[in-house]
Write a protein that binds this ligand. Structure first.
Ligand code: ADP
Ligand code: MG
Length: 250
């Protein structure tokens, strides 16, 4: 579903991605872990084209979003095709990013109507079904300001699903939540994983990574230091930097 090869990205002098490669197969849940500043968010943002890369290649569902020629020049698809391709992916952010002036239901309906050109009536049944699925049907006419953090994040997940993506990217979806609210969001994500949704999840929730992820990727300093099954990565980490990171979490 995703093939990223040797991605390079800098912000000014700072090399943030230094040759990152990542492959995600259909139905896989890949957890990306690593210290703050290691480039995890930037990686997700490059995959969904919220940032551009300077070198490397990204394929989404077998189609090249960007490639690099023999002279080191990056070539992106034309803008309309990028939009179409990246529309196959949804993203859930740490800070929810809901539309504050729209109700919960309107938050779900907005993008399918404006981006896909569907009618409100055509989107309504799916939007309502998704709100039932995340347990927030009774909140459909509330504004986001009236919801708890956990409820906001479940709305954000339902909103991403309303675009019927093939892949969901999560950037620390529980990091902004009070500890007692993380469970409801992780349960929603776990249910998606059980339905074989393809997911890339940047997270500090090691329990989730251990139990739900098919593969765990450890990043540090803009590179993938180590990747493997949860058993391999948590049970027998091979790299000193991985061991140091995991030890410090205990
Ligand atoms: P992580 O998500 O692993 O914490 P990020 O990808 O957010 O790491 O950031 C990696 C590095 O890039 C950090 O040093 C961060 O300060 C820097 N960075 C991220 N976004 C920008 C930006 N838009 N402009 C400048 N520096 C940035
Ligand atoms: Mg981040």
């Amino acid at each position: 579903m995703i093939r990223a090869i040797d991605l390079h990205k800098r912000f000014g002098e700072l090399a943030v991605l230094r040759g990152v490669s990542l492959e995600v197969a259909r139905g896989e849940v890949v957890a990306v872990i690593g210290p703050s500043g290691s480039g995890k968010s930037t990686l997700l943002r490059c995959l969904i084209h919220l940032e551009t890369i300077e070198r490397g290649a990204i394929e989404i569902e077998g189609r090249p979003l960007v490639s690099t020629d023999a002279h080191g020049h990056c070539h992106y698809l034309p803008e309309a095709e990028i939009r179409q391709l990246c529309g196959r992916m949804g993203m859930v952010f740490q800070h929810f990013n809901l539309f504050p002036h729209l109700t919960v239901l309107q938050n779900l309906i907005e993008a399918p109507v404006t981006v896909k050109g569907l009618s409100r009536d055509a989107v309504l049944p799916l939007a309502e079904e998704l709100l039932r699925k995340v347990g927030l049907f009774d909140k459909r006419d509330n504004y986001p300001s009236r919801l708890s953090g956990g409820q906001k994040q479940r709305v954000a997940i339902a909103r991403a699903l309303a675009m019927q993506p093939d892949i969901l990217l999560f950037d620390e979806p529980t990091s902004a939540l009070d500890p007692e609210l993380t469970g409801e969001v992780l349960r929603t994500m776990r249910a998606l994983a059980e339905e074989h949704m393809t997911m890339v999840v940047v997270t500090h929730e090691m329990g989730f990574a251990r139990e739900v992820a098919s593969r765990v990727v450890f990043m540090d300093g803009g590179q993938v230091v180590e990747a493997g099954t949860p058993q391999q990565l948590f049970g027998a980490p091979q790299q000193p930097r991985t061991r140091a990171f995991l030890t410090q979490l205990l």
